[in-house]
Design a protein around this ligand. Structure first.
Ligand code: HPA
Length: 247
C-alpha cells in the first residue's frame, strides 16, 4: 500500500477520524508485538490516510504501556513514510495557551523505563541515529506551509518535554521544565519520535494544547480536569481536515 500519503497518530481525545471514508482496518503483526489497535486506512480530506489511535480506540493504554515500537513498525508495514503525530499537551510558556496548535522543533525526554530503541533485543543491530533535530525538518516545513496556505494557526516553534505520567506534573516539575527550555509538556512524545528516526520514517508532531501545565497559567492554582482537556482538544482539532487536505 505505497499510495498512503500520510499517517496520523491520534492522541488523547482523538480516537478516530470522523471523516475517514471507505476505511479498511489493518492490524499487522510486527516483530515487536501488536499495535495499540487497528490501523484504519481510508480517504480523509482528499488524501489516502492511515490513522492509529495511540492509546487504543477506547483510551485503554496509559502512556508508559503503549507499544510505541509496534505502532510505528505497523505503520511502516502498511506502507507509510510520513507520520503526523498528534500529541495532547499542557502549555508552559506564553505562546502555548489552551487550544493552540503547535509544531515543535525540539524535545527533551524525561521518560524512564520505556523500551525506547529497536536495539533492545540481544543480537539486534546497535543503532546510534542522529537526533539533533528530532522532528523531520522537511515534514515540519510541509506542515507549516500547509497550515499557512489554508489559514490554520499553528505555532511553528517550541520545545516539547516528554514526561512519564500518567499523573500530571507538580508545579515544581513544570517550573524546572520551563528553566530547561520546555514550552510544552506531554507524556507520549518519546520514545515515539526516536523510534520513528530509527525506522527511517519522516515524523513531525502536531501538538494540541489542552490546558495550562501545573502552575503555568494566569491562575496558578487552577485544577486541570479531563473534561476541560477533552473539550479543548475537540475545539482545537477542528482544523485538522483542512490542514491535512493541504499537506
Ligand atoms: N501534562 C502532561 N501531559 C498532558 C498535559 C499536562 O499538563 N495536558 C495534556 N497532556
Amino acid at each position: 500500500m505505497t499510495d498512503i500519503s500520510l499517517a496520523i497518530i491520534g492522541g488523547t481525545g482523538v480516537y478516530a477520524l470522523a471523516q475517514l471514508q471507505d476505511a479498511e482496518a489493518h492490524q499487522p503483526v510486527t516483530p515487536y508485538g501488536a499495535p495499540s489497535g487497528p490501523i484504519r486506512v481510508g480517504r480523509f480530506a482528499g488524501k489516502r490516510v492511515a490513522f492509529l489511535a495511540r492509546h487504543g480506540e477506547g483510551h485503554s493504554l496509559p502512556p508508559h504501556r503503549i507499544n510505541y515500537r509496534a505502532n510505528l513498525a505497523a505503520l511502516k508495514a502498511v506502507g507509510v513514510q510520513r507520520v503526523l503525530a498528534m500529541n495532547t499537551v499542557g502549555g508552559i510558556t506564553a505562546d502555548f495557551g489552551p487550544r493552540v496548535l503547535a509544531c515543535p522543533e525540539q524535545l527533551i525526554d524525561y521518560t524512564w523505563g520505556r523500551v525506547s530503541t529497536l536495539s533492545e533485543e540481544p543480537g539486534s543491530e546497535v543503532l546510534h541515529v542522529d537526533f539533533g533535530d528530532p522532528y523531520t525538518p522537511a515534514l515540519r516545513q510541509q506542515v507549516l506551509a500547509a497550515a499557512a496556505r489554508v489559514r490554520v494557526a499553528v505555532v511553528g516553534h517550541g520545545c516539547y518535554g516528554a514526561t512519564q505520567g500518567p499523573r500530571l506534573e507538580t508545579k515544581a516539575e513544570i517550573a524546572r521544565m520551563k528553566r530547561d527550555g520546555c514550552d510544552l509538556v506531554g507524556m507520549t512524545g518519546m520514545p515515539e519520535a526516536g523510534l520513528a528516526r530509527e525506522l527511517g520514517l519522516d515524523y513531525a508532531c502536531l501538538a494540541i494544547v489542552a490546558n495550562w501545565a501545573a502552575g503555568a497559567g494566569p491562575d496558578p492554582d487552577e485544577v486541570i480536569t479531563f473534561d476541560d482537556v477533552l473539550a479543548n482538544v475537540a475545539a482545537a482539532s477542528a482544523g485538522l481536515p483542512v490542514l491535512v487536505s493541504a499537506l
